[in-house]
Every structure is written in structure tokens, then in C-alpha cells.
Design a protein around this ligand. Sequence first.
Ligand code: NAD
Length: 333
Amino acid sequence: MRVLVFDTKKYDRETLQAANRAHGAAHELVFIESNLNEQTAALADGFRAVSIFVNDDASAPVVERLARGGVRLLLLRSTGFNHVDLSAAARCGITVMRVANYSPYAVAEFAVALLLAVNRKIHRAYNRMREGNFLLDGLQGRDIHGKTVGVIGTGRIGAVFAQIMAGFGVTLLGYDVTSNPECVRLGMRYVALDELLAQSDVVSLHVPLLPSTYHIINAEALAKMKPGAILINTSRGALVDAEALIEALKSGRIGAVGLDVYEEEEGLFFRDRSDQIITDDVFARLMTFPNVLITGHQAFFTHEALTQIAETTIRNLNDFEAGRTNENVLHPH
Ligand code: NAD
């Protein structure tokens, strides 16, 4: 099948082409760097399938435009699907398939990396060493051992995060709509969100972005957090109200923050903007705090995860072409 692959980088091309070759090079993959949005949807005219990543726009008008051009399959190279209007896709006869299950270790390990970095101030130490400043003042952290770690969302990634944290010797609290037996086996205690926020020294977010989780960390939630607590978000930016977070940081209530995602990252991340002015004042303010470490949505970015994303994307394509369904087909709720 001919597939227009939006928002591609060199690593996407290499892994997708390798996966396509491994499956007999059955598909013609056309790679473009542009994001999918209302302006670029017409580029897919004549293609039966398009593939998109996390910051592409597959809202109703875009999906309708794709359908008019003949698209019948939308392949997401991600687990999250908050950027896709599934009802519009169903209405237009477009099948949506995602990569439901790629290395949860990639994201969970990155959440731990962010936690350790902001707790022990590795990001500041790195800069100091380069400038010949060998003072330790300001670099003091805390033992993770013996602390309470709250995991919001205990699915695939949250469970791996909990498993790694269990190795540090922590008390695990969980908040989810369903309990995960793997986490219960680790000794995790499921509690109400308020209790988790009040008791946790570390809070890590692993829920998907849904209407029910939008700004789950807002001003009220931040006010309930233990003073000095560390917040880690490797899931989706809009789980956190960034303006409320800035106020909580200014007041000194929050100890440190590690973010791999940001609500308005769409026009910002995955591009070299080093010679441009950042016009997003909220993002720019967040970047000024010494106790905030932000990375540009790279938690998924391991060799294993990329390989699995490409493999699954080609498998989804094969299944669709053969008229088979699989566990990656998304239906509107
Ligand atoms: P998952 O579906 O296995 O787990 C999500 C968990 O959240 C489930 O246990 C579910 O019950 C729970 N949940 C859903 N709605 C909830 C609610 N309203 N309140 C409480 N709990 C709720 O998903 P996963 O594979 O662990 O991925 C989690 C998220 O991580 C993805 O949705 C995606 O947004 C994010 N992610 C980020 C990156 C990155 O590179 N930063 C990469 C992959 C995934």
C-alpha cells in the first residue's frame, strides 16, 4: 500500500524502511517532514494510508479532509491517541491503528532518569563542571530510599516505573481507575488521588490524556502536594496546568519538577529553534527555574522502542491490507 508518512525524521525513515524491507518491502512509504494539519492534509490525496506522530493534528476537519482525498487508514506511531478524533474517523470510514505496546521500559526508565537528575541536581552539576565551578553548595539532594512514591496511572509504563522504584526501597502509592495486580504484588497501596498527593515525596504521571485527566495536576492538586515534593511528567503535557505549576514553583512549595512533555509543545518540540525567539512565555518562565528540568518529548527515544514502533506500524499496515483486525485498532468510546 502507498503510505504518506508525516512528521518524519531520519530515524523514522531508517526504522520504518528496515521494518518494511523485513516484511518483503510490500509497501511504498513516502516520507515528508511536515506535520499533519488542516493546511497539509491535502498532500495525502491519492494515498490510502497516512502515518502520524504525537504532535500531528488529526482533529475532525483534518480527518474529514483526509477521507475526501481517499485515505482509509490512519497509522499512529504512538501509544497516546489524544490528538485523534476517533468519532470523526469512524464516521468517515477511516480505521485508526496505534502502537499499543512498545517498550514501556523506554519511558519508565526516562521518568526515573528525570527524577534522579532533578533530585541530585545532575543538570546543574554538569553545567558547573564545564565552567570550572566545583562547589557543592546548592547541589544537595535527598535519598530516594525510604520515601513515598505516588504513581498516577499504573498501566504498562506506570507498572514498570513502580517496579524500578521498588528497587530503591520506597513505599509505593497508586492511583488508577483499575488496580494492576503487578503493582499490588510490588506492595503498592491504591489510594484516592488526594491521599496520594498529600503523602507522596515523588509524584509521577503515567495516565493517558483524556477529558477525565486533563489538568489532573492543577492549582488545587498542587496545593495538596507535600511541600518539597518532586513532580515528574513523561506522559502528556496537558495533564499539568503549567501556569499553576509556575505559581507553585514561585511559592517554593514544589521541590523539583522533571517534564518530558508540555501542553503547548506542538509548535515547539522536535525542531531546532536555537536561532529563534521563544514566544511562549509560560514555557520560557518554566525554563528559568533551577529546580526544573525539561526535555523535548524524548522518553520514547530508545533503539528498542523505535524498532518496535516501526515493526508494529508495518504489521498494522499488513493486517489492514489483509482485512484482519488486531489489538491496535482504536474505536471511539
Ligand atoms: P496504559 O493504557 O497501559 O496505562 C494507562 C493507565 O491509566 C491505565 O492503567 C488506566 O486505567 C489509567 N487511567 C486511564 N484513565 C484514568 C483516569 N481518569 N484516572 C486514573 N487512571 C486512569 O498506557 P501506557 O502504555 O502506560 O502509557 C501511558 C501514557 O504514557 C500514554 O497514554 C502516553 O500519553 C504516555 N507516553 C509518553 C511517551 C513519551 O515519549 N513521553 C511515550 C509513550 C507513552
